[in-house]
Design a protein around this ligand. Structure first.
Ligand code: F6R
Length: 607
């Protein structure tokens, strides 16, 4: 889950790499480092901690060269310290690596028996030494030979001190994108890192090796053995989308971008006037007609989006539907049947477990669909078809706008599948989807609770535990609210189906336990009201969210916040917003690192 980058061109590599690393820092921030070719030598500068610290160190170093690599680390093998920081050097070879080398211990033993000494605890140093061992003056060949002995997942960028104008990148199961500029070449773990420099990219596939020199780039497939012709694709994201634009944190900016992101996603996929969809190419639309079961697979927040959509598939598609956490799904022994559509929801499109689940389903002959935000990401490319959320780059580690845009896609899919199965007609769709166009406006209104929620955050920021309750469509929103709070503010929070409270969690409730209750006036509202009574009867502190026209919670709850009244089946879009804002303010007031919470990384590309 580290971020890696490489540059070869006329600019100062140090500056390009630092800028790109800042954009990749969401992938890990335990340590950072660069290796720059300067005056015939490769100078390595690296440090524990964040890129800001590396930047300070680099101010004192005069590194002029136009070839270099960089790394920001999420520690897997070895503590996050200076020594384990990348880049790693062995003989003339210097590399950065993202992924996990599963057989590194064996390789290390074997290299040690040949007299090689290791200075770090990392699997990466083993790779550097293996390449060094294979090196006979041609970096490309040494990399290709070395990777044959590696097991696991890896994206590697390598330099050799003996080849001043050469950079080699290899990918297997960890993302890597080649950027093509004017007589300059880039590699990075994702596209946003490249956007300030180029919009022309070539995502590398597994087993592909890129050789970059001052004369150009070449790509080889089949473990680097077969030369391939790949043209760059144009990516329309602008670099400004990946800036903070005056907000204090990316997460805050991304929460506030939701009206735009949701509106863009709706209009790119659906025309509310005539109920027509722009979800798929014709050939995929043909096969989707025969679908008999839907499996939704994802992790974290994306999984919560799947849980919400289960209610929509039940209601609008009338089709058997399951939602699974990818890390569990991949170890089940599933008996797949005929006509299964497996949908993989992933902001990054790179989550290792979700990708593994996709490969299992493909292998089993299921129809596969990715719902991704990052264009040309691995899941987007490997699935039979992909629907993109138009959230734009999401930089804050806590997912917000990706979630609401995933909801848009899944909601539209449920209507589409219902239509192909003859459950609902085009006219029904126009009617059911009509309230969707109001959602961006409702989210905008929900965002106006910002100041009030900041006040609430001030009152509750010292609490150690929170319970979030919701039912029906807002049960997953309770899970999501709790996840947001715990991941960025480090406060323990649990999301629960309100109806389950009596089966255990009610024992937790006392005057110290704040309970956040989602209470839109939907078909389970009366039940939720009873749950509120149960909490109050045990002296719990209730913070309720309800529809604007519902005043009856006023006397029953300690705090009541009012939200625009959305159509019942669309309430999750609106109810998640104040929970995102509340979590954001608690974390910001506590002085937590909102965009880069401890121990987390944005794209979980290791199992
Ligand atoms: C939480 C969060 C994570 C991700 C999860 C899946 O705020 O961001 O739980 O949702 O790691 O990531 P993607 O969607 O990239 O597969």
């Amino acid at each position: 889950m580290c971020g890696i980058v490489g540059y070869l061109g006329p600019k100062k590599a140090k500056e390009v790499i630092l800028e790109a690393l800042k954009r990749l820092e969401y992938r890990g921030y335990d340590s950072a480092g660069v290796a720059i070719f300067t005056d015939g030598r490769i100078e390595v500068v690296k440090t524990k901690g964040k890129i800001a610290r590396l930047e300070e160190l680099l101010k004192e170093r005069d590194l002029e060269g136009g070839l270099g690599i960089g790394h920001t680390r999420w520690a897997t093998h070895g503590k996050p310290n200076d020594i384990n920081a990348h880049p790693h050097r062995c003989g003339p070879i210097v590399i950065v690596h993202n992924g996990i080398i599963e057989n590194y211990a064996e390789l290390r033993r074997s290299l040690e028996s040949e007299g090689i000494d290791f200075y770090s605890e990392t699997d990466t140093e083993v790779v550097a030494c293996l390449i060094s061992k294979k090196y006979r003056g041609n970096l490309f060949e040494a990399v290709v030979e070395a990777v044959e002995e590696l097991e696991g997942s890896y994206a590697i960028v390598a330099l050799s001190e003996k080849e001043p104008g050469v950079m080699v990148a290899y990918r297997k199961d960890s993302p890597l994108v080649l950027g093509v500029g004017e007589e300059e070449y880039f590699v990075a773990s994702d596209i946003p890192a490249l956007l300030p420099y180029t919009n022309r990219v070539i995502p590398l596939e597994d087993g592909e090796c890129a050789l970059m020199t001052e004369r150009g780039y070449e790509i080889y497939q089949g473990g680097g053995r077969v030369k391939a012709k790949k043209e760059p694709k144009f990516i329309s994201w602008s670099p400004a989308l990946a800036e903070k634009a005056g907000y204090k944190h990316f997460m805050q900016k991304e929460i506030f971008e939701q009206p735009r992101a949701v509106a863009d996603t709706i209009s790119s996929l659906f025309s509310p006037d005539d109920g027509s969809f722009g979800l798929f190419e014709e050939d995929f639309a043909q096969v989707i007609k025969d679908v008999k079961r839907i499996r939704l697979v994802a992790c974290g927040t994306s999984y919560h989006a799947c849980l919400v959509s289960r209610y929509w598939f039940d209601r609008f598609s009338k089709i058997p539907v399951e939602a699974d956490i990818a890390s569990e799904f991949r170890y089940r022994d599933i008996s797949f049947g005929e006509g299964e559509l497996c949908i993989f929801v992933s902001q990054s499109g790179e989550t290792a477990d979700t990708l593994a689940a996709l490969r299992i389903c493909k292998e089993a002959g299921c129809l596969t669909l990715g719902v991704c935000n990052v264009m040309e990401s691995t899941i987007a490319r490997e699935a039979d078809s992909v629907v993109y959320t138009l959230a734009g780059p999401e930089i804050g580690v806590a997912s917000t706008k990706a979630f609401t845009t995933q909801l848009v896609v899944l909601f539209l899919l449920s209507l589409y599948v219902g239509m192909t199965r003859g459950v609902i007609t085009k006219e029904d769709i126009v009617q059911i989807a009509e309230p969707l166009v109001y959602i961006p406006g409702y989210i905008d209104e929900a965002l106006r609770l910002d100041e009030q929620l900041k006040e609430l955050a001030r009152k509750f920021m010292k609490k150690e535990h929170f319970l979030y309750l919701g039912r029906y469509l807002n049960y997953p929103i309770a899970l999501e609210g709790a996840l947001k709070l715990k991941e960025i503010s480090y406060i323990h929070a649990e999301g629960y189906a309100a109806g389950e409270m009596k089966h255990g969690p009610i024992a937790l409730i006392d005057e110290n336990m704040p309970v956040v209750v989602l209470a839109p006036k939907d078909k389970v509202y009366e039940k939720v009201k009873s749950n509120i009574e149960e909490v109050k009867a045990r002296s719990g502190v209730v913070i309720a969210f309800t529809d604007r026209d519902n005043r009856e919670l006023e006397g029953k709850c300690d705090y009541v916040f009012y939200l625009p009244k959305a159509k019942e089946y669309l309430t999750p879009f609106v109810y998640v917003v104040p929970l995102q804002l509340f979590a954001y303010h608690v974390a910001a007031l506590k002085g937590c690192d909102v965009d880069q919470p401890r121990n987390l990384a944005k794209a979980v590309t290791v199992e």
